[in-house]
Ligand binder design. Structure first.
Ligand code: BGC
Length: 764
């Protein structure tokens, strides 16, 4: 049925329109029965349904329906598998139809600025391109079932400390290069039905009041078509919100804010047309769901079938960080599992994404079900940092008597959660001590990690293998079992760097601010962009991940040696499985600016492909790059810009393992603005196309006439006729270099011009 939403809006009273701009209760929008507008339900998300039938809350405290808990974003991002996360989205979309939920509140795509952010487990990556591609694939999956998503938290919600009021102080450049692209890519590739604005302020203005954010960037620049809702309770000034482009307030304010909208329209402070536009955007989405829901009358939430999908997804996400060959385990070995996570895995994080899981399989249960020869010793508790000397001693004795000790370690729930940040990056002391003690008596020690964000691993060089399972959802135990015993070949790669120490992280000095403001002073140097550029050694680099087989990535071929503002280059590399078992490799494409442009990261991810290969098999993978892949956000231009020149394309299976490169050249028609005044330097004029020729001419003349010029003429030669330090040519070059930094106002002081010349330069 084609609906005329504009007409519907015109039939609403002012009060009804204002009313539709806020929720009825915690999870429902409002109805206007006389016009056939129904209330619809929304629900958290993102990695499964937290549909609350009874007592509602936004912190995951009260119960919700029994549902399936899929791997959290920290894990799914490590899969680098857009097909897998799209399928996960389809499954969740179907569950929504079965449960009559119109929107699932996710994905959460905020950038992992610091390993300490309490909610990192729910976020994808420190890299915006990866986060954007994963988010777009998830959204396309959910929305293919005609259910909406709510990409969140827009924007700059990169910490939990004072998240509801703190101001993220961030440059326009870092905004566009680091904190926006995940949203931008998702908007452009998947048009999420809704966007959830964040609680925090941005450079002093609340996200919910922020026209630059919600209209200028989101709608005008990126072409967003859906509606914007608040995070729960994120409203500040409601009429200003409507002006800024904020459509729906959740969960509502008992009518208080609706009245403010009505008053503002009546007294002329708010243009009613803006309110109409908000209501129209909102109703478009409501009916997009309602008008299609009937088609899904047969949708079933099959918890058992979806559990199996959760197990498979967890298997795609795991990252093998270290392995000296001990993994996969062989079934005839005597194995001891140590650590309570073996029996009770930590599989999800705390807060609004908390799922009432239908069934949780542990690695221990899975091993027992398969008749594996595994003994279990608790060693330490899963939920606190507490040393039980007896358990500790038992664990060491058991490790000594076994062929292999597998320690299931990680972070207790209380160590990381929505609502507060971590204060350090350490695992519980008892776990670090036990791992070190076990490794001292058992060379075949394997550590399995359950955590939502990087941890310090002082024992990393002393153990035989480390397997990162993250918060892998309710199927994580079974997936761990299959990986440990080689039924699944691990294929995840890190979506974030594991620094050696917290102090190495670029945000360390500025995170989390004083509670009122947090300065993003590291600017665009987030994650590997910083570690790489500064050459800071890390424990495990962004993109790192091992396999039970080996791969070669080589032979980079490009469809063209040069690129311009409008073109595209296809970059191909060969990938070969050089080992003995089938496996999947993640090919990553990074780009570096070779033109000496200031303040650019050493390299940035601009493409990736995950590919399955049989032993000995070779395939060619293709990735595309365009001008945007080479560009940075130029604040003067207010746009993306890449200087003409050389760029290096680099492919590998980790940011620190590049095995194929190719240099390309780039030409641009974009010209940077140049406003000339007395402080403009000779160098700036020499490098700008509008002024370069004129400045070069003036410089030549000035050199000849100035005292420097005489010095150049008189400079001695090195005697053999060749140039050398101190010869005329070198002196001339040195002078030129010095001149580049000279403001044009100073030319007079050095006898290189008069005020006529300065005026002439200023008018170039
Ligand atoms: C969270 C959101 C969540 C909402 C509803 C807020 O506290 O930040 O991510 O969707 O609550 O539960």
């Amino acid at each position: 049925m084609a609906r005329d939403i504009k007409k519907l809006v015109s039939e609403l009273t002012l009060e009804e329109k204002a009313g539709l701009c806020s929720g009825q209760d915690f999870w429902h929008t409002k109805a206007v029965e006389r016009l056939g507008i129904p209330a619809v339900m929304v629900s958290d998300g993102p990695h499964g349904l937290r549909k609350q039938d009874q007592e509602a809350d936004h912190l995951g405290v009260n119960d919700s329906i029994v549902a399936v808990c899929f791997p959290a974003a920290c894990a799914t991002a490590s899969s680098f598998d857009t097909e897998m996360i799209c399928k996960m989205g389809e499954t969740i979309g179907n569950e929504c139809q079965a449960e009559d939920l119109s929107v699932v509140l996710g994905p959460a795509v905020n950038i992992k600025r610091s390993p300490l952010c309490g909610r990192n487990f729910e976020y994808f990556s420190e890299d915006p391109y990866l986060a954007g591609e994963m988010a777009a694939a998830y959204i396309n999956g959910v929305q293919s079932k005609e259910v909406g998503t709510s990409i969140k938290h827009f924007a700059f919600n990169n910490q939990e400390y004072n998240r509801m009021s703190c101001s993220s102080e961030v440059s326009e450049r870092a905004a566009h290069e680091i904190y926006f692209p995940a949203f931008e890519i998702a908007v452009k590739k998947s048009q999420p039905w809704t966007v959830m604005c964040s609680y925090n302020k941005i450079n002093g203005t609340y996200a919910s009041d922020n026209k630059w954010l919600l209209t200028d960037v989101l709608r005008d620049m990126w072409g967003y078509k859906g509606y914007v809702m608040t995070d729960w309770g994120a409203v500040d000034d409601r009429p200003q919100g409507i002006r800024a482009g904020l459509d729906l307030e959740m969960p509502g304010s008992g009518g208080i804010n609706d009245k403010k909208i009505v008053e503002a329209v009546k007294n002329g402070e708010l243009d009613e047309a803006l309110l109409d536009a908000a209501v129209e955007r909102f109703l478009n989405i409501v009916f997009k769901y309602v008008d299609n829901h009937e088609k899904y009358a047969d949708a079933v939430f099959d918890r058992d079938a979806d559990h199996e999908k959760a197990v498979d997804a967890a298997g795609e996400c795991a990252v093998l960080l270290e392995n000296n060959g001990i993994l996969p385990l062989s079934s005839d070995k005597k194995i001891v599992y140590i650590g309570e996570y073996a029996a009770k895995p930590r599989y999800q994080g705390g807060g609004s994404s908390h799922i009432n899981a239908s069934k949780v399989t542990s690695a221990l249960e899975s091993a027992e079900a398969k008749g594996r020869c595994v003994e279990y010793v608790k060693g330490f508790p899963a939920d606190k940092d507490e040393l039980d000397s007896e358990e500790f001693a038992k664990a060491i004795a058991a490790a000594q008597n076994a062929d292999v000790a597998v320690i299931f370690a990680g972070l207790p729930d209380s160590f990381e959660s929505e609502g507060y940040d971590r204060t350090h990056m350490r695992m519980p002391d008892v776990q670090n001590k036990l791992i070190a003690a076990v490794a001292a008596v058992q060379p075949n020690t394997v550590v399995v990690l359950h955590n939502g964000s990087p941890v310090e691993t002082p024992w990393a060089d002393k153990v035989a293998a480390v397997l990162e399972m993250y918060l892998g959802g309710q199927g994580v135990g079974e997936a761990t079992d299959r990986i440990l015993y080689g039924e699944i070949n691990p294929s995840g790669h890190l979506a974030e760097t594991f620094p050696i120490r917290l102090e190495d992280n670029p945000s360390y000095l500025f995170f989390p601010g004083d509670g009122m403001k947090v300065h993003y002073a590291e600017d665009v140097f987030v994650g590997y962009r910083y570690y790489d550029t500064k050459k800071i050694p890390v424990r495990w680099a962004f993109g790192h991940g091992l396999s039970y087989t080996t791969f070669a990535i080589d032979n980079m071929q490009v469809s063209s040696e040069s690129l311009d503002d409008n073109g595209e280059i296809t970059v191909c590399v060969d990938v070969t499985n050089t080992g003995k078992v089938a496996g999947k490799e993640v090919v990553q494409l990074y780009v570096s600016d070779l033109n000496g442009t200031p303040e650019r990261p050493a390299k940035e991810l601009k493409g990736f492909v995950k590919i399955a290969l049989e032993p000995g098999e070779k395939k060619t993978v293709a990735m595309k790059i365009c001008a945007r892949s080479l560009s940075y956000w130029n604040e003067e231009l207010g746009d993306w810009y890449a200087p003409g020149g050389k760029y290096l394309l680099q492919a590998g299976d980790a940011s620190d393992n590049i095995t194929a490169c190719h240099e390309i050249s780039f030409t641009t028609g974009k010209v940077l603005p140049l406003k000339i005044d007395g402080s403009t330097t000779v160098g700036q004029l020499l490098s700008h196309p509008r002024t370069a020729a004129a400045m070069a001419q003036i410089l030549e003349a000035a050199k000849a006439n100035s005292p420097f010029g005489e010095a150049v003429e008189d400079a001695p030669s090195d005697g053999d006729g060749h140039g050398g330090l101190g010869d005329a040519e070198t002196a001339s070059k040195m002078m030129e270099e010095m001149m580049k930094g000279m403001p044009i106002k100073s030319l007079i002081s050095f006898g290189m011009g008069d005020s006529g010349l300065i005026d002439m330069l200023m008018n170039l």
